[in-house]
Write a protein that binds this ligand. Structure first.
Ligand SMILES: Cc1cc2nc3c(=O)[nH]c(=O)nc-3n(C[C@H](O)[C@H](O)[C@H](O)COP(=O)(O)OP(=O)(O)OC[C@H]3O[C@@H](n4cnc5c(N)ncnc54)[C@H](O)[C@@H]3O)c2cc1C
Length: 385
């Protein structure tokens, strides 16, 4: 299907911007665990990271479909979008659940690139995927909330001015539904660090800037609350579909990157006096992978269109994320195999992308949890937990 001229223009502009940050730029950051400040600044200045903010608050007012095209192009260029993708969607919590005062206070500044809201703190070390059992608490004390607890894998917090945090305000055994009693807070990271918030970076397999957080009597003003007290699970849940669709688009970008690289190399590399791609044992896995990535893109498109039309799209967003993350991983594996030993040389960049795309079968939600959502909520099979 031919894309509209608007979409082609977005693609071209993002492609041109990314072309200035070649793969050596990303390799060096991976080596040094650096943050792509210049790249993120330029993407922000060009308005690409704020397309989802409505025009009334200074953004472009575009949809998740357009945002998906941007993220797909970023990843297809060889970049690692993990450094910046959350700036696109975390602000959705403020947009959908913030008061008008909070929206006026934050969204125009985020749109202008003056404030970074690209960190969200949900996961905890002892409870993991079982979000409603999380142990971080926020206790009301006069005009403040006092936060205690621990989070893990909280990405980009050292490169973010604000973080959306999920904490329990009513103990789980005192609420009707386990999803009740959780509240979302908008935390000023700079003000909190050293005054009850300790941030410790985690050394990890990819350059994702993830940290452990320790809250020890952190006081935040009561107007840090996003939405109403006790209804924070919905604040987080509402942002999840956009996040899943955008991550799925990134995976498609990764998948297309791997297939471009693999098919190019298969045409060029001569062994036994002929291009390796002439052997169907090399050619077919690349062709199969291409078909899988393109099929995943159809689900990304469907989910994004439904999201933008305001239709419920939980199943489609989840399926898009699952299919795209699996397709990109398989494409990465095929790309590695096609390159033989050279796949392991860092200068070929494939091993970095291979590591990076692996994340998306685990975060922001693991494949099993998606299958359980489909099994129970779409197909009506018995609940397992
Ligand atoms: C690089 C990175 C960046 C991240 N960034 C963030 C971030 O910015 N903010 C944030 O809040 N979190 C973040 N996360 C956390 C991420 O969302 C979680 O790692 C993920 O949701 C899985 O949770 P877990 O690691 O605790 O796994 P667990 O919940 O311990 O699960 C481990 C495995 O068991 C499986 N499993 C568990 N229960 C069941 C069940 N009932 N049935 C079947 N299978 C089950 C899971 O599918 C998984 O494969 C990040 C993680 C990583 C690795």
């Amino acid at each position: 299907m031919r894309e509209s001229s608007d979409i082609s223009e977005i693609r071209t502009a993002v492609r041109q911007l990314c072309a200035q940050y070649g793969e050596d730029y990303w390799l060096e950051l991976d080596r040094t665990r650096g943050y792509p400040t210049e790249f993120v600044d330029e993407l922000t200045r060009s308005g690409f990271l704020t397309v989802l903010i409505p025009e009334a608050y200074g953004g472009a007012g575009l949809g998740v479909y357009e945002a998906s095209i941007i993220m797909e192009e970023v990843c297809r260029s060889g970049a690692h979008a993990g450094a910046c993708h959350a700036q696109m969607y975390v602000m959705g919590s403020v947009l959908r659940h913030g008061s008008e005062v909070q929206k006026q206070q934050y969204l125009p500044k985020i749109a202008a690139g003056e404030l970074r809201l690209q960190s969200f703190g949900v996961t905890e070390p002892t409870t993991g995927t079982d979000t409603t059992s999380l142990k971080t608490t926020a206790r009301r004390d006069g005009d403040d909330y006092v936060i205690n607890g621990q989070k893990v894998w909280i990405s980009r917090i050292q490169h973010s001015d604000l973080m959306v945090l999920l904490a329990r305000t009513t103990p789980k055994d005192q609420v009707k539904k386990k999803t009740d009693g959780l509240s979302a807070f908008l935390i000023h990271v700079g003000e909190a660090e050293g005054r009850g918030l300790e941030i410790r970076p985690i050394e990890s397999m990819i350059n994702h800037h993830s940290c452990e957080l320790f809250f020890d009597d952190l006081r935040v003003p009561k107007d840090s609350l996003l939405g109403t007290e006790g209804a924070g699970f919905k604040v987080i849940l509402d942002g999840m579909n956009a996040e899943r669709i955008l991550i799925a688009a990134e995976c498609v970008g990764d998948g297309r990157y791997f297939i471009d690289k693999a098919s190019h190399y298969a045409k060029e590399r001569i062994v036994f006096d002929r291009p390796i791609g002439q052997n169907q044992g090399v050619q077919f896995p690349i062709a199969r992978s291409y078909a899988e990535v393109e099929a995943a893109w159809l689900m990304v498109e469907k989910a994004a269109r439904m999201f933008d039309a305001g239709e419920p799209c939980g199943a489609e967003a989840n399926m898009a994320k699952m299919l795209a993350s699996e397709a990109s991983w398989r494409a990465g594996d095929v790309c590695m195999q096609t390159h033989g030993g050279f796949a392991f040389a860092k200068e070929y960049h494939i091993e970095r992308k291979f590591r990076e795309t692996r994340l998306y079968q685990i975060a922001p939600i693991s494949t099993n949890l998606i299958l359980s959502f489909i099994g129970e909520h779409v197909l009506g099979m018995p609940r397992s937990f």
